[in-house]
Design a protein around this ligand. Structure first.
Ligand code: BG6
Length: 535
């Protein structure tokens, strides 16, 4: 990063719990899409009803289809009714009316300069009417092909300005995918940076907005007992599992171009891996935290193309049963090519080559149409020495495991040996559980609420920096290339509703280990837990 970019990555003063950002206008490009009504507007509404929104804020939906302000507001109300934590019907009537009065719609073509001129005039008029500085957040909830052109049009229309404190600012939020390989990610970064400074660009990975992901840093660095054992001396290996029960859910054409490596590993999994493996940052500023994350990615041992063919397990779901109902195979999903070789499951072993993690494998697996929705990191400690209570080679004690459950049933579970009460020396593993639900009595906020609020405050700690994106692609490019080289061959399949192909078990068993059982902690999804997001 250049010194110029760094000046936007500065340390912000600590934020009070009830702090409210400066007034701003959120402009959503792609406002008629799924993400807007499912996630963005429900999150903005939730912030508004909790009093986190500034008094003078507005949302402008920008999209191609003709629509009135009132029509847009009504479509958003339906989105909130279906997807928000709080429904408009449960709220005092005037709350929705006050919120709806802040929703506007601007019809425009993403490529058309004159539509950005009229947008600019409209935004200036709105800020003037409200008597507030024109601070803008541009949210690109569009197909990635439009990211570059929209940024360019915004620059031409004089809407990009700066991120400087105290003067009207503009920020840009973009959704993944950030490119489809290293070259395209670099090109996108160059494109964005020709319009916005890096500090104005907020790349969203919604996993970083999840409470239990943020808690990884607190758990590791706000306690004194875990950090000393968080290394190769005590840890045998780490497993990261991200399993989904859902299939591609109507996103066949998109997913078929992506596959699990691009859709889940390049972003969500790399972020979890960075948080669990990073060194302690110097402070909690976005620069310090992201510097440490990027070092983890840069320390990943490259998996050369030739090794990826055999060392990375990729597979595709075939027809099977989910929750007792028959479901189609991936190739039968709408929009998926009949002979598609896109993976819906991937498992592989990563190595972080630094002093802390030398010799500690990180086993990663993710897949769609697995038996349950589960994201967790389990840290497996070294085996108990074969003495004393563990002297019998036929009955070895299972090692201690610490599970960081990201979803559902967010929590932390520690497995350790206990004497079973009685006259004999019976020893069994038990689990000490910390569950968010039981501890705090309410579900954690939605990821998008936290991320939108952070962007409004200009805090980029939970967003992805350009060098993080590039480092993740640098690692994954040879893997993806190696695997696609093997595409002439067959892709293993697994029946929907099972834990993936046999090859994934072989991968970890070859090292004398097993995948962690998915039943640490409470095993049933809690009431109201969504089964997965379609966006
Ligand atoms: C998205 C992926 O980024 O994350 C989807 O594109 C996936 O394929 C989703 O289903 C998972 O998110 P969550 O929050 O439901 O675990």
């Amino acid at each position: 990063m250049s010194a110029d970019e760094r000046k936007y990555d500065e340390k912000l003063p600590p934020r009070r719990r009830d702090a409210v950002p400066e007034p701003f206008i959120l402009v959503i490009f792609g406002a008629s899409g799924d993400l807007t009504r499912r996630k963005l507007i429900p999150a903005v509404y939730s912030l508004f009803r909790q009093g986190f929104g500034p008094e003078k804020f507005s949302v402008v939906g920008f999209a191609r289809r003709p629509q009135t302000d009132a029509g847009f507001a009504e479509a958003m109300r339906r989105g909130i009714e279906t997807f928000a934590r709080a429904k408009t019907a449960d709220e005092p009537k005037d709350l929705w009316a006050r919120f709806a009065a802040r929703l506007f719609y601007h019809r425009g073509e993403f490529h058309e300069p004159k539509d950005y001129q009229s947008l600019r005039e409209r935004l200036e008029g709105m800020a003037k009417k409200d008597g507030v500085p024109g601070n803008y957040i541009f949210y690109l909830a569009t197909q990635p092909d439009f990211f570059g052109p929209i940024a360019e049009r915004l620059r031409e229309a004089g809407l990009t300005r700066s991120n400087a404190q105290g003067s009207p600012w503009s920020r840009l939020i973009i959704e993944k995918p950030f490119g489809h390989d290293l070259a395209s990610a670099r090109e996108l970064n160059r494109f964005l940076q020709s319009a916005f400074a890096e500090g104005q660009v907020f790349r969203i990975d919604h996993y970083l907005g999840k409470e239990a992901v943020q808690n990884i840093l607190v758990f590791r660095f706000a306690n004194s007992i875990f950090e000393p054992i968080w290394n190769q001396k005590y840890v045998d290996h780490v497993q990261i599992t991200m399993s989904e029960e859902i299939g591609v859910e109507g996103r066949g054409p998109y997913y078929d171009k992506m596959g699990a490596l691009r859709d889940m590993v390049q972003n969500h999994m790399m972020n979890l891996l960075s948080f669990v493996a990073m060194e302690s940052p110097m402070d909690v500023s976005s620069r310090a935290v992201r510097d440490e994350k990027v070092k983890v990615l840069q320390s990943l041992r490259a998996i050369p193309r030739v090794c990826a063919v055999n060392g990375v397990v990729r597979a595709q779901y075939a027809a099977g049963t989910c929750r007792g109902k028959p479901v189609p195979g991936y190739r039968q999903e709408p929009g998926v090519a009949p002979g598609s070789l896109t993976e819906t499951f991937v498992a592989f072993k990563a190595n972080v080559d630094n002093w802390r993690w030398a010799g500690v494998p990180f086993y990663l697996r993710t897949g769609k149409r697995l038996p349950r929705r589960l994201t967790q990191i389990s840290v497996h400690f070294k085996p108990v020495p074969q003495i004393l209570f563990n002297a019998d080679p036929e009955k070895q004690l299972p090692p201690n495991t610490l599970t960081l459950r990201i979803q559902p049933d967010e929590g932390i579970f520690l497995r350790f040996q206990q004497k079973v009460p009685g006259m004999a020396m019976d020893i069994q593993p038990f689990e000490m559980q910390f569950g968010y639900g039981a501890a705090f009595g309410k579900p954690p906020p939605e990821a998008y609420e936290r991320l939108l609020l952070d962007a409004a405050f200009g805090d980029s700690t939970l967003f992805i920096r350009n060098d993080e994106v590039e480092a993740a692609w640098e690692y994954l490019d040879p893997i993806i290339e190696g695997c696609s080289g093997a595409r002439g061959g067959q892709l293993p399949t697994y029946p929907a509703g099972t834990w993936g192909p046999k090859e994934a078990d072989d991968l970890i068993r070859a090292d004398g280990r097993e995948w962690a059982a998915a039943d640490a902690g409470p095993s049933q999804p809690s009431a109201g837990e969504p089964e997965g997001a379609d966006y």
